[in-house]
Design a binder for this molecule. Sequence first.
Ligand code: G6P
Length: 613
Amino acid sequence: MCGIIGYVGGRPCRELILTGLERLEYRGYDSAGFALIDEGHGVVESVRAVGNLAELRAAAGEGNGNGATAGVGHTRWATHGRVTTANAHPHASADGSVLIVMNGIIENYLELRSELQNAGVVFASDTDTEVVPQLIARAYDGDLAAAVRAVLPRLGGHFAFVAAHVSEPGRLVAARRECPLVIGVGEGERFVASAIPAFLSETRDVVLIEDDEVVALDADGHAIWQGEERQPARPPSRVDWDEDAAEKGGYESFMLKEIHEQPAALWDTIGDRLRGDGSVELDGLGLDDAALARVERIHVVACGTSYHAGLVGRYLIEDWARVPVHVEVASEYRYRTCLAGPGDLVLGITQSGETADTLAAMRVARERGAHVVAVTNIMGSQATRDADGVLYTRAGLEIGVAATKTHTAQVMALSLLALKLGRLKWALTAAGALDLADELRRIPDAVEAYLRSPAPERVMQAAAAYAERPFFLYLGRHVGVPVCFEGALKLKEISYIPTEAYPAGEMKHGPIALLEEGSPVVVVATDGHVFDKVVSNIQEVRARGARVIAVATEGNEEIERHADDVLWAPRTPALLSPIAAVVPLQLFAYGIAQSRGLNVDQPRNLAKTVTVE
Ligand code: G6P
């Protein structure tokens, strides 16, 4: 996690760095800092502060580095060392000559630190990062890029960093291993950052840096090395992302904006992939139809909300294509005996394409000979480079830490894959596939109509009434299980209220003991073959005094007799209900967090991309 940015060029860059950091804040926000360097004056301003970017701006005030044309900035998600100003970046070498901002972890830092301490180097922080400027300062002999190249092989772990040296004020040197780093190419200026949005308002021409490359940047150019070998010039590619994605566009938060962007995310994810005859075209999987038809087994690896999308995908693929699907959190999959192999398809679902555990699990499966496809939202992300093929979700940039539109887009992408597999496996008839294709096409409109209706406002009102409850139980059956997992995750992420999410049938094996008079129980009770079973579970929890908040399909009158509150979801066929049913639960979590006065876009301790295991 952590976001890093650097600028070198002809313009005063203080505001460019601070604005860029604001765009990277989703990566971590427990502390932040920046340093500005000017020709002939060295470091003219260096500020670090605990808290988010607003705190950094407050600490920096008017500042005295307004003329500086080179600088680095950092927003932190702590790994090594508590959240303190001393542990915030930039970190400097003991002699003050080298400055570093870094994302990632130096795994052998203890060994490097004691070696440096034995040589008399005094450390100013508890971080793993600080060994990097210390090593570079000692290796420096008038050429920062050479010093970074010399130090890089000594560093274990995964990281991306940007270094500056007071003697080379017009130059930055950056390096990466398994953490993202992109260069922004402008007229007489260069940006370097963890992610493109950091400089998207300034340039759309980007160059991606590969693992173990070192790049030296100055106003007029950049040079890239792999080891000591200078790499051929790499032409920039142009990104056509919507810059507005990084703005709230009139909404009170990114999360609320992104909830409302779900119809567009769903439409775009379908795009031209769904043909009039019900067939599905998925470019980029790295498998032709004949090879896909031979797939006998699918493994899905993912974390967090992406894992929940994978759980939904299992129901769809197993039902439509009759291919067995194993879904597992990547952090467990990567350390188990991996039984995937040639002939198996492994889907790594990761909106960011950066999650360390998901990348590692994909690597394990790939080494075993499985065909690995990344299901991701970010073009050029590490997952796309590590995989044999890619299935893109097209949700646009998501800034809110709690994933919403990327989740529903993942479910849609998996639906398309399931439909395609269903036809290839002859598990679906042509007519059956055509019906499903029509149903899939209807979903974005149904979600759009729902979001425009009075229903979301009613969800918010219901949420406000429950905002002070100390605990929520979420129950569901069949496809309602991953929906309640996701609904419960949203609530705990942004409201900090403990939740338990369970398959309703398992409720009697433990969670029912948690219920007391008035305990709120959220039950996913959408129409389908398990509806009556879910209603029985509703009776059971109500008999113990619980208050039931049911998520039900629009038009289902029966549910009103059983539930205390109903959150309506747009009508879809049962297997496609997870997209429709999760939206009211996103809003419910949102409404509770809002009533509690919490910052939904920056929940405590979380980060959007988890690049450490
Ligand atoms: C973090 C985020 C979640 C996300 C998970 C997986 O925990 O806060 O919103 O679901 O990482 O991220 P990925 O980018 O791999 O989908």
